[in-house]
Design a protein around this ligand. Structure first.
Ligand SMILES: [Zn+2]
Length: 402
């Protein structure tokens, strides 16, 4: 877990501890987010929405117009007053690249400033995912994206990299990634050197939480928790207007909450974490324990469960039950108004959803689940890379770097 709404990642400053910072970077990012999610807006509307004075809004917004992040788009005439110019995101003036590094592949997208995908490239990591192979593939993806789009490099604000694990965003390095088997790996500096493009790195779930906040199911709400299901269990907390990261960027490690004494060994090295009961590997293990055949992978278990094969059905029910207890724990700790469920396995919600809902409601304290809305986001897999693009867009806007 790393990153937050007002975070500065990588290039511009050392990481700041704590959840929310309202410095100059934060104000720029806050206003940019308002314009992005609710624009076009007049300066008066922007002041009202942000709670800032109109003079502060003008002082912050004007350099953003000069930098080409924001543009004046049309006028608003209200009553007898002077017409007001409307501010909107200058989507096409800059581009960004988002790269998701996973154990099997590196996926990259070239986007505009609204993180709309212009190009997409993938390199498979067939020969393994050690740091040198994965970073070489990431650099190649960046080159592929730039070579396919004339003029993109001149307008590029940078590259954002998202991956699972504990990321020290300010230092541009991975402290530890269970899913990749990395520890103490420099990411931002070697990639920037290989591509000649400013690069930031962040936790992939936090990046996705920013994307959900800007464009997805977290849009327009004060707070939500993002929970991802698939190869691992991830969680990003967007509360009180900012992404919550904790003292060392480790807040929201829902997947590593210990739930079963003496349980299976987790990618983190401990035993009995929620991830060992609710990840894809857990579903495969549950299916075998329920007497099923040797399914070759998670896709086969999904197909079997939809065909009503009892071991596969039971495996998803066990996974749903564990996930539901995890959601109850989450609700009991932070009481979110909304949970967004996303990730590779969200589209199998028909299989694990009923058991998940049952366990969630049963174990949540008082009204913590009752008053919480669950939204399932089944968006395609370019979403992770798009989230990584949001990291660098936010960083560039926050730092005033064009
Ligand atoms: Zn664990």
């Amino acid at each position: 877990m790393a990153g937050r709404e007002q975070i500065t990642i990588g290039l511009s400053a050392a990481p700041r501890p704590g959840a929310v910072d309202r410095g100059a970077d934060g104000t720029r990012t806050q206003l940019f987010t308002e314009i992005l999610t609710a624009g076009p807006l007049s300066r008066t509307q922007l002041a009202q929405r942000s709670g800032l004075s109109q003079s502060t809004v003008t002082k912050v917004v004007n350099p953003m117009i000069e930098a080409g992040f924001v543009t004046e788009a049309g006028e608003q005439i209200r009553g007898l007053g002077r017409p007001q110019k409307l501010l909107d995101v200058a989507a096409g003036r800059h581009t960004a690249i988002g790269v998701k590094i996973g154990p099997g592949a590196v996926t990259g997208v070239l986007t505009d400033l609204r993180a709309q995908v212009l190009e997409r490239r993938t390199r498979l990591l067939t020969a393994g995912h050690d740091p040198s192979a994965a970073l070489s593939a990431a650099a190649a993806v960046v080159w592929d994206l730039l070579s396919g789009h004339a003029g993109a490099r001149d307008r590029l604000v940078g590259v954002g990299v998202g991956l699972g694990g504990h990321v020290e965003a300010g230092a541009g390095r991975v402290v530890r990634s269970g899913v990749l088997g990395w520890s103490g790996v420099e990411v931002a500096a070697p990639l920037a050197a290989a591509t000649g493009v400013p690069t930031v790195v962040g936790n992939d779930v936090d990046a996705l939480a920013v994307a959900e906040r800007w464009f997805g199911a977290g849009r327009g709400v004060d707070g939500f928790a993002l929970v991802t299901v698939g190869p691992g269990i991830g969680c990003g907390l967007f509360l009180g207007g900012g992404l919550v990261t904790g003292a060392d960027g480790l807040a929201g490690e829902l997947g590593h909450i210990p739930v079963q004494a003496g349980g299976a060994t987790c990618t983190c090295g401990n035993r009995g974490c929620l991830e060992t009961l609710a990840s894809d590997d857990a579903v495969l293990r549950h299916a075998a324990e329920a007497g099923g055949p040797a399914y070759p992978g998670i896709v086969a278990v999904i197909a079997a469960a939809r065909n009503g094969e009892p071991a596969a059905v039971a495996a998803f029910e066990a996974m749903g039950e564990a996930l539901g207890r995890g959601l109850a724990t989450l609700c009991n700790l932070v009481n979110p108004r909304r949970i967004v469920l996303a990730g590779e396995r969200a589209s199998a919600f028909d299989l694990f959803g009923p058991a998940c809902n049952r366990a969630w409601r049963e174990h949540a304290f008082s009204s913590a689940a009752e008053n919480c809305e669950l939204i399932v986001d089944e968006t395609d897999d370019s979403l992770w890379a798009r989230g990584a693009a949001c990291l660098v867009i936010r960083d560039a806007v926050g730092a005033g770097r064009a």
